[in-house]
Design a protein around this ligand. Sequence first.
Ligand code: GDP
Ligand code: MG
Length: 304
Amino acid sequence: MDPKPQTTDPKDFKAGLVAIVGAPNAGKSTLLNQLLGQKISITSPKPQTTRNRILGVLDQPKAQLIFLDTPGIHRAGKALNVRIVDVALGTLADADVVLVMMDAAVPNTEAETYLIEKLKGHPRPAVLALNKIDLIAKPKLLGLIEQWSQAHAFEAIVPISAEKNIQLDRLIAAMVALLPQSPPLYPPGSLTDLSERFIAGEMIREKVFRLTGEEVPYAAAVTIDDYKEAKGGRLVKIYATIHVERDSQKAILIGKGGAKLKEIGEAARKEIERMVGSQVFLQLFVRVQKNWSRDTKALQRFGY
Ligand SMILES: Nc1nc2c(ncn2[C@@H]2O[C@H](COP(=O)(O)OP(=O)(O)O)[C@@H](O)[C@H]2O)c(=O)[nH]1
Ligand SMILES: [Mg+2]
């Protein structure tokens, strides 16, 4: 029996982990979704939307990039924020390449300087992506390139727009150049290690982020209580609970006559339907769990 023809020469293949780090709102999750062509990481204009480590696998002809989308690095406060910072810094230690993302339109100099400082403790090759160039003029961009090339020994600085898909091929090439020689680490086409069940919970949380104001998004956690296929796979039935910290937040979330919760449920259902490719029945409950974000046991139960 003939051996199978070798489709990829292992000496000619690269693979490794890329940690995407940056201040909240830089566009890290938007970039990951754009690169993968599918939404696996939720996004919103509010900082601290991403809470967990999100893993995405990008297959290229001669490389495999495994991205870790991390929560934004910021100064730690209460229990949930401490966990978020730990997760972000933990991924730096595992990374073959660090992709630093900055919002070029609205620099967050304090967070960015703090991040560069942290980077010095993890001597890994780093690429800087200056994002949202669709929003700024060239002289401002050139000033930022000058500023950051002096602040850190980046292997490359690439101006991009994650949302408008500008120069992402250049960014990929810059990262591939820095990856170690290795066979693929995940089977090609893996996309992510997250379950649809987890992503569905995140999509509900995103709608809470986008459709409610003030402190409510930060006080909300989502658990999926039941997730099952019905009608021979033509329907997915999901029962989920949104946990908040106070009765007043519960009232905002439910809205007048239940209007707000209905809006959140409908928006989330449509997005989950796109992901799973079938009809979805989604039932949402709201529960008050006092001060869960300061309670280590509750954090564990909510997956943080
Ligand atoms: N105009 C513009 N907006 C962007 C771009 N990339 C991301 N955004 C927006 O910036 C906000 C934050 O993005 P997100 O991916 O959640 O940031 P993260 O906190 O770093 O994960 C969202 O409202 C995005 O739509 C871009 O290239 N151009
Ligand atoms: Mg994010």
